[in-house]
Design a binder for this molecule. Sequence first.
Ligand code: FE2
Length: 185
Amino acid sequence: MKPRDHYLRLLHDHVSNPKMIAHCLASEAVMKALTRRFGENEEAWGMAGLLHDIDVEKTGGDSLRHGPEGAAMLQDEGLPADVLDAIRLHNEKAVREKRSTLFQHALAAGETVTGLIFAVALVYPDKKISSVKTKSVTKRMKEKLFAASVNRDAILECEQIGIPLNEFAALALEALSPIEEELGF
Ligand SMILES: [Fe+2]
């Protein structure tokens, strides 16, 4: 793998929307937090979080291309095969395969929970992630109309990797609170 700076620059080369960059940085932080729980490779999981949406502007929201195209863009960037696979499979709509590994489920759940947390923080009076209670996240999970574009099924893949939803939400909040200013909160 190359240094993080290299991959961050690459991300900025392909993604200009600051909200999208914030989502990528948040996904990186959640993935790193998950490696601490599982004893996995922090650098590799962090990069999967940081880079998983690198094709988002190139594919222009085409859900049949998003994911595999990103993995293809990153193919010669020195990333381990499991990172590329997790990126390719984080959008199952674009592939014929199902997610099966710990890493793949972690990326799908981890990147998606950041969207729910951002939305919950924005309806808090102070709009701060650090104010958000775990319970608000789990409550909003059940409200299908709240942040309706956030895929609840993807978040619930946390249970397939042995983390109950409330613990998963708490872990993500703990990962995001210290960097909320960098994320624009
Ligand atoms: Fe994403």
